[in-house]
Design a protein around this ligand. Structure first.
Ligand code: HEM
Length: 161
């Protein structure tokens, strides 16, 4: 599935699978966001230590807000990534924000293995949230959108100046 420029094609159908499932999850976004992040910690308990707000804060509610907001960022940005991949054949997060994203993940020592854990947790969360829609094609579409977004962030992972 590689085009002549070496860009992997992301089809209208794949975009539709991502957008359709996200639209159906949106109304429960808060709950799904929390499940997503608890799943990450089930798969990799060590990931907890990476979140400064989990290390430092004893305020559970506050923790939940931040976890939810990060989980939602991952969902929303992966969904946007799917739209961009179909439109432009690549992920186009605005330069400045991609640099910031790279820097914040660099600063927090986020490694390839963590991106894999988050991907696995994301896919499992979606499968559980929309079992009636779930299919291999839907999995592939989310996976591809996530991997391309993760690659874009990783390519900017260096200290900020
Ligand atoms: C911060 C997105 C993957 C750990 C952030 C922020 C965004 C973001 C937008 C800044 C503000 C916020 O908390 O929402 C993403 C996206 C990812 C991804 C789109 C995947 C494509 C990961 C992974 C980890 C991780 C794999 C490690 C388990 C963190 C940490 C912060 C952060 C520790 C800093 C939070 C803080 O201490 O304030 N991420 N992230 N992220 N992310 Fe991610």
């Amino acid at each position: 599935r590689r085009g002549s420029l070496g860009v992997r094609a992301f089809s209208v159908e794949q975009e539709a699978l991502v957008v359709k499932s996200w639209n159906s999850m949106k109304k429960d976004a808060g709950d799904i966001g929390l499940k997503f992040f608890f799943r990450i910690f089930e798969i990799a308990p060590a990931a907890k230590n990476m979140f400064s707000f989990l290390r430092d804060s004893s305020d559970l509610l506050e923790q939940n807000q931040k976890l939810k907001s990060h989980a939602l960022s991952v969902f929303v940005m992966t969904c946007e990534s799917a739209v961009q991949l179909r439109q432009f054949g690549k992920v186009t997060v605005k330069d400045a924000s991609l640099k910031d994203l790279g820097a914040i993940h660099f600063k927090n020592d986020v490694a390839d293995a963590h991106f894999e854990v988050v991907r696995q947790a994301l896919l499992e969360t979606i499968r559980e949230a929309v079992p009636e829609m779930w299919s291999q094609d839907m999995k592939d579409a989310w996976e591809e959108a996530y991997d391309q977004l993760a690659a874009a962030i990783k390519s900017e992972m260096r200290p900020s100046n």
